[in-house]
Design a protein around this ligand. Structure first.
Ligand code: GRF
Length: 191
């Protein structure tokens, strides 16, 4: 399966997918990596000769134009699956219309608990003993789409946000690699 990855930051989740895809027999290939800003995570794709693109909101007259441009960039790479791996923007209707049902996101909490951009901080503030990682289909809401896979991660005494997020990200990487493989080999529409 052809996978386009979207990211905004360091791209350690994307790195895990790139490494998995290097293994013989992994059923998916990363054909492009895109971002909404000049993200450091694009560098690892460039080094491998994988095409990258950056679609910046402020380079477009409004969010709808940005959304259409992003959809066109992604479509140019003819993906079977689009993976938001630390992409810190809500995609719009153009992207959803084009890739709905094969557009997935990783989230650092056990959805429906702690949606939104501060999931790790919110879980710590709530004092839960267990949080985790969720891979889900993207729909029009914020972290509301159908859950495809989840794995628990313990909150340890004295954890700060960085420590807990790192522990979650270790699990997220494996969960994402496994879920992409599962979707790439399944005939069924994940919807
Ligand atoms: C992950 O925890 C992801 O769920 C969250 O941002 C983080 C991305 O990390 N939305 P990285 O940029 O892949 O290292």
């Amino acid at each position: 399966a052809r996978v386009v990855v979207l990211l905004s930051g360091t791209g350690s989740l994307c790195a895990a997918l790139l490494e998995a895809a290097d293994e013989a027999g992994y059923p998916a290939a990363v054909v492009a990596v895109g971002s909404d800003r000049p993200a450091p995570g694009l560098e690892q794709a460039r080094r491998r000769g994988i095409p990258t693109f950056t679609c910046t909101l402020r380079d477009h007259p409004d969010r709808a134009a940005w959304d259409r441009a992003l959809a066109a960039e992604i479509a140019g790479h003819r993906p079977d699956l689009v993976v938001s791996a630390g992409f810190m923007r809500i995609v719009g209707p153009a992207v959803l219309d084009a890739f709905g049902g094969r557009l997935i996101n990783t989230h650092p909490a056990l959805l429906p608990a702690f949606p939104g951009a501060h999931a790790v901080r919110d879980a710590l503030a709530a004092g839960v003993e267990v949080t985790g990682s969720t891979v889900h289909l993207i729909d029009a809401g914020v972290d509301t789409g159908p859950v495809l896979a989840q794995r628990e991660v313990p909150v340890l005494p004295g954890d700060d946000e960085t420590q807990l997020h790192e522990r979650i990200k270790t699990v997220e990487r494996t969960l994402l690699v496994e879920t992409v493989a599962r979707l790439a080999t399944s005939e069924e529409d994940p919807r």
